[in-house]
Design a binder for this molecule. Structure first.
Ligand SMILES: [Zn+2]
Ligand SMILES: [Zn+2]
Length: 135
């Protein structure tokens, strides 16, 4: 049945996202999904990611360097760190005060439904030794 196949594809894509912390691109998810479903297409992966996003099970991350969109299956509130050198993208805890955003002091906001906070810089593996010494 059509529905069952679609449900299975979505389940596999969600499993791939839950099994990694790298925030893969759709292409990387596609490569992993093909090991399980050899005839899956990249278009199908994109459609399923869009569906899962609509269901609030997956979120899309736009990298700071303008590269390919990355995907995240971790929906608990957290911030993302982007390394501009190697493209690493990893989870960091939200700074204090961000867990419970307040809109009482901001004009024009009726309701906050999500937080999308990005920290941008160099990861520990990429930091230049000279820069580390001068600062
Ligand atoms: Zn890096
Ligand atoms: Zn994340």
């Amino acid at each position: 049945m059509k529905k069952t196949r679609h449900t299975r594809q979505r389940g596999i894509i969600l499993d791939i996202l839950h099994d990694t912390k790298t925030h893969p691109t759709a292409e990387a998810i596609y490569r992993d999904a093909r090991r399980i479903i050899p005839n899956i297409s990249l278009g199908t992966v994109y459609r399923n990611l869009g569906f899962l996003q609509g269901q609030g099970l997956v979120r899309e991350i736009r990298p700071a360097d303008g590269g390919s969109t990355r995907f995240d299956g971790e929906m608990a509130a957290h911030a993302h760190f982007h390394c501009l050198n190697c493209g690493a993208l990893f989870d960091v805890p939200l700074p204090q005060g961000f867990e419970q955003p307040s809109c009482s002091d901001a004009e024009g906001i009726a309701r906050i439904s999500a937080i999308d906070l990005h920290l941008i810089g160099s990861c520990a593996g990429c930091a230049e030794p000279e820069m580390a010494l001068t600062h």
